[in-house]
Design a protein. Structure first.
Length: 244
């Protein structure tokens, strides 16, 4: 579904990622793990087409990412930002409905649109807040609205930059279970610092060192104590690493 071929990323004169090649497919749940400042967000934005790259280096369904219009990209890819913006002056349900914008030209049946929006609200446990103004929500509630909007968009590819931010522990587990189930029919790519969730819920992982070199593959093969120590420079001790 997505093919990356020898991609190099840099900001000014700093090399972030070197010669990255990946094949990401429908039915896979990818985690991207690296220390701060390595270029995880830049990589996500490059994959989504928000950051320029050489046309042949990132392809979606065999087409260069640059060949897609903004609307076509929104139909293929939904993107969750890492940082939250100030809430719009609208209700929760109105905000979640905006995720359907890329599909309006198809004039889908209103009942189908409503079902997608209502399911997104339910999945994020927002039914009781759907008529509340965004400006009156907490940080965690706003994060749920952002994710619900992505869910209502219902694109084939979901790219999520630290989706667990601001969520309480119980809801983090709920979201990871939901994403794992969704990944059976979609491609999901997620940046996270929570290694324990990667081991339990993700199918594939890309680990990037502070020198910009990445190793990737199935979680069961890549998430080893040795790789965690050498790539992430974390000494693998404690409960989190017992199963590595």
């Amino acid at each position: 579904m997505i093919k990356i071929n020898q991609l190099n990323l840099k900001i000014e004169n700093k090399i972030l990622i070197k010669n990255l090649s990946l094949q990401l497919n429908k039915g896979e749940f990818w985690a991207i793990i690296a220390r701060n400042g390595i270029g995880k967000t830049t990589l996500l934005k490059t994959i989504a087409g928000f950051t320029p790259s050489e046309p042949s280096l990132v392809k979606i369904k065999g087409r260069n990412i640059t060949e897609y219009s903004v609307l076509e990209r929104a139909q293929k890819i939904s993107y969750l930002e890492q940082l939250q913006e100030e809430g719009l002056d609208c209700t929760v349900k109105q905000a979640v409905s905006y995720g359907r914008y890329p599909w309006h030209k198809f004039k889908l049946d209103n009942s189908d649109e409503t079902k997608l929006i209502e399911k997104a609200l339910m999945d994020m446990d927002l039914q009781d807040l759907q008529n509340k103004n965004l400006k009156k929500l907490s940080g965690g509630e706003l994060r749920k609205v952002d994710i619900a909007t992505i869910l209502s968009q219902n694109s084939e590819i979901m790219i999520l930059d630290e989706p667990l931010n601001h969520l309480d522990v119980a809801f983090r587990y709920h979201l990871m279970k939901l994403l794992k189930n969704l990944s059976q029919k979609k491609l999901i790519i997620m940046v996270t610092h929570d290694i324990q969730y990667v081991k339990e819920y993700c199918s594939h992982v890309l680990m990037i060192s502070n020198k910009g070199k990445g190793i990737s593959g199935k979680v069961s093969e890549i998430m080893t104590a040795e790789n965690v120590k050498n790539i992430l420079e974390i000494e693998p001790v404690g409960e989190i690493f017992k199963s590595l």
